[in-house]
Design a protein around this ligand. Structure first.
Ligand SMILES: Nc1ncnc2c1ncn2[C@@H]1O[C@H](COP(=O)(O)OP(=O)(O)OP(=O)(O)O)[C@@H](O)[C@H]1O
Ligand SMILES: [Mg+2]
Length: 296
């Protein structure tokens, strides 16, 4: 993928269908039986949408989701119907802007759980472990080191809250919320998908450290929705940067997080705009992960 010059912070000017929902990154348009999901270049951190948007981010997220939805369809059905711009006709006003940043999907009844799988102990999991020796109720061996691989990947769900942050929950709590049977099915599917992608990433010199999925129900069937194995939903590490005990420089919005951490921003008020060099470096990281994963 070569570099774009402008960022698209909203697709509203380009789609001629009713806008049903505007998330932090994606916009859902109503096509009757289906959604058109447009992926903008908006970037969020700590639940705030930052400015300005990051060129190519939406194209990368959408193209990676397409790549993985196609590859995982035989092991887990998903919501994608197609991502073919030629089938949109007059629904869009700019073919070039839209061609890589949308997907037509089935409409699902969302299950309000983020299905997180962790293969390595890092980030929030590492913080929990240091305080309690556990991660979302999984008791873990003593003496683990930061970034160490778990003997088996673990399932650490979070409840999606309407307001405020998603909340880490135990598997027992998830059973209370959505039932034991659905919990077990989602856990099994999530771990299987993680292992499948972990192996493909490894062939390309990338470690898939952790990831999250969203599922929904369509006519009682469990369907994978939203996005899959993108840098917004996953932590990717370049194999050559992998080391224990350090803070690994991830292949995603790390430049943004590092910048924000340096500004002393309190996370409770509108953050200052990002400087151009941070936006450019972030855009480059998104393109790099795409090129490395999809183009091998
Ligand atoms: N096929 C689908 N059916 C129903 N809902 C979907 C489908 N695919 C994605 N979604 C939902 O569409 C929204 C996508 O927008 P986005 O990810 O930008 O939202 P967000 O700001 O992250 O909010 P959320 O916390 O709800 O994820 C999400 O709420 C996601 O759960
Ligand atoms: Mg989301």
């Amino acid at each position: 993928m070569s570099a774009a010059t402008t960022a698209i912070s909203s697709a509203e000017a380009y789609v001629k269908a009713p806008l049903l929902y505007k998330g932090k990154v994606r916009e859902l348009y109503d096509l009757g039986e289906h959604y058109l999901i447009a992926v903008t270049d908006r970037i969020s951190a700590f639940d705030w949408v930052l400015s300005p948007a990051v060129p190519d981010k939406g194209n990368v997220l959408n193209s990676l989701s397409k790549f993985w939805f196609e590859r995982t369809a035989s092991i887990q059905p998903n919501h994608m119907v197609h991502g073919d711009v030629d089938k949109l006709g007059d629904l869009i006003t700019d073919r070039e802007v839209m061609k890589d940043r949308f997907m037509v999907t089935r409409k699902a009844e969302r299950i309000d759980i983020e299905c997180v799988v962790r293969g390595y102990i890092t980030g929030g999991g590492w913080r929990q472990y240091q305080q309690t020796g556990e991660v979302n109720g999984h008791k873990l061996p003593a003496g683990m080191r930061k970034n160490e691989r778990f003997p088996q990947p673990i399932f650490t769900p979070a409840a999606k809250n309407d307001v405020g942050h998603d909340e880490d929950i135990s598997i027992e709590r998830m059973k209370e919320l959505v039932g034991a049977e659905l919990t077990e099915q989602l856990q099994e599917k999530s771990i299987r998908l993680y292992e499948f992608a972990h192996a493909i990433c490894a062939e390309r010199g990338i470690i898939l450290a952790d990831t999250k999925f969203e599922f929904g129900l369509i006519d009682g069937e469990i369907i994978l929705i939203d996005e899959i194995f993108t840098p917004d939903s996953s932590r990717f590490w370049a194999q050559e940067k992998y080391e224990l005990d350090i803070e690994i420089d991830g292949m995603d919005k790390e430049p943004v997080r590092t910048y924000l951490a340096g500004t002393g921003w309190d996370k409770n008020s509108e953050p200052d705009p990002l400087p151009l060099h941070v936006v450019e470096e972030t855009s480059k990281r998104y393109r790099d992960i795409y090129n490395r994963l999809v183009q091998g």
